[in-house]
Design a protein around this ligand. Structure first.
Ligand code: ATP
Ligand code: MG
Length: 454
């Protein structure tokens, strides 16, 4: 298939907006006579006049060739090896070889370039000669285990999720290359699956969550066959890999359009697939006070994020689950339980079931429980008993939660002022960061932790 090629004079994507590191990689490849494109979100966002999160490079150079071109380079990933080219300590440009569509292997994060930062477990050296061929991978015993791992630029475009995510920017002549009608969809502002929408949802159900993220984040509509497929296959989300879902859930709710994302998730039936207990607690009707509270909570998250304020995953979950947990804890306190303890145990119990869908790390679960469990203490006696909490590492998040509650209900204004006036003094002495690691000595890990945010 011949792509549409838009020359430099006919598009708005300027090199000035590409990071110097990405440009260095692109020119390095070009000088070594390889094809070098920017792909994915970088091209999409620049064409929309947005600031990209990062720039992903694709090329026809194989991983081993990449290692020869870039000294500051490390190969990562088990099945499909990507190169990380390092600039300084923490600036990384991800470079992938063009690849064909393969049903993803959920256990291998390198199947999903965007989440390869979680792949340190697979960060072992490449086998000599293992990745030289463009068409198959040989194991040490000579058996061909996979065909067509690498692909052509066209195949690489077609394996991507949505048309607007499959555009290439070519460093050789500064043109934009479009195999899938992505430019037109950018203009029409629609999210459209590449290929058969039903197949693409079933093949990798996480894409349904991604569709919602891009629609909310960019304020795009769904092309009708795309939304129909999501509606039809929403229950397939139960089959998705749990740790990938955790990663996507974070991206979704921290995209600065979480409120809109929530409305879309509910509309498609995806919300109840991600959070089954909360979904059934809310029931099918929208517009109830319970639904409204979640919507307000996510609006708060968006406002904080837009103002450049950090929101931790634990605070996010506390805000989303708070309504249900308070209602459940209320039943226990009526039977005489201490309110803080009730909130803690209700939270941990909910997470126990939830992690079958979304793998929330233990540290995040405990922290969410502590944010909620500390609220009675924070608000008692008009806030006069809050001071001891200021030594705990979750104190700022607990205060932020209270800030939201005051906005929601108008209660406890004085307690909030008290809490905000206290200086945070995290001594972390006996308690440590997270309840579950208190008594166990930390085991040393090789490499960085699996998830930067946990
Ligand atoms: P963001 O700006 O949030 O990073 P992005 O479009 O760059 O958005 P990533 O999650 O970083 O999204 O993924 C990079 C690219 O990889 C996507 O643009 C898309 O082309 C491709 N991609 C990512 N995940 C999938 C998937 N599950 N299926 C198919 N293609 C995918
Ligand atoms: Mg990206």
């Amino acid at each position: 298939m011949e792509p549409v090629i838009v020359q430099r004079s006919d598009h708005t994507l300027s090199r000035q907006n590409i990071s110097p590191e990405a440009l260095k990689v692109l020119y390095g490849l070009k000088e070594a006579d390889y094809v070098a494109y920017i792909a994915g979100g970088g091209v999409r966002d620049l064409l929309l006049g947005r600031t990209p999160k990062d720039f992903d490079v694709v090329t026809d150079a194989t991983p081993n060739e990449l290692r020869r071109i870039f000294r500051n380079c490390r190969l990562i990933g088990r099945r499909f090896r990507l190169a990380h080219v390092f600039f300084g300590r923490d600036k990384i440009i991800e470079v992938a070889t063009f690849r064909a569509n393969m049903p993803p292997e959920p256990s291998d994060p390198s199947d999903f370039p965007e989440s390869s930062d979680t792949s340190d477990s697979s960060d072992e050296p490449a086998q000599p000669g293992q990745f030289e061929s463009h068409h198959h991978v040989r194991r040490d015993d000579g058996m061909i285990v996979r065909d067509n791992l690498f692909g052509t630029p066209e195949e690489d475009a077609l394996r991507r999720d949505f048309t607007i995510n499959a555009l290439f920017y070519n460093i050789r002549d500064y043109s934009v290359i479009d195999y899938v009608g992505g430019l037109e969809d950018l203009q029409k502002r629609v999210i459209r699956f590449i290929g058969d929408p039903g197949v693409r949802c079933v093949e990798d159900p996480v894409r349904m969550i991604r569709a919602v993220r891009f629609a909310a984040m960019l304020d795009f509509d769904f092309e009708p066959a795309t939304s129909a497929a999501i509606r039809e296959h929403h229950a397939n989300l139960a089959l998705a890999n749990r740790s990938r879902l955790y990663e996507e859930v974070q991206k979704l709710f921290f995209c600065k359009a979480a409120q809109q994302a929530y409305e879309l998730l509910r509309e498609f039936g995806l919300f109840g697939m991600l959070f089954p207990e909360l979904g059934s607690w809310l029931g099918p009707s929208t517009g109830t006070p319970e639904c409204l509270r979640i919507s307000q909570a996510l609006k708060q998250v968006d406002e904080w994020r837009q103002a450049g304020r950090e929101v931790s995953p634990a605070l996010l979950f506390a805000l989303m689950f708070g309504g249900m947990h308070e209602a459940r804890a209320g039943e226990l306190t009526e039977q005489g339980q201490h309110k803080g303890l009730a909130l803690h145990s209700v939270t941990m119990e909910h997470f126990g079931g939830l992690t079958e869908r979304v793998q929330v790390p233990k540290t995040v679960r405990y922290r969410t429980a502590e944010i909620l469990a500390s609220q009675p203490r924070l608000t008692a006696d008009g806030g006069r008993r809050a001071r001891p909490l200021a030594t705990r590492d979750f104190f700022p998040e607990a205060v932020a939660y209270l800030e939201f509650m005051v906005r929601l209900t108008g209660d406890h204004r004085a307690a909030l002022e008290q809490a905000q006036a206290i200086e945070w003094d995290p001594r972390q002495s006996r308690y440590g960061d997270d309840g579950d690691q208190r008594r166990r000595p930390r085991r040393r890990r090789r490499g960085p932790p699996a998830s930067g945010q946990s």
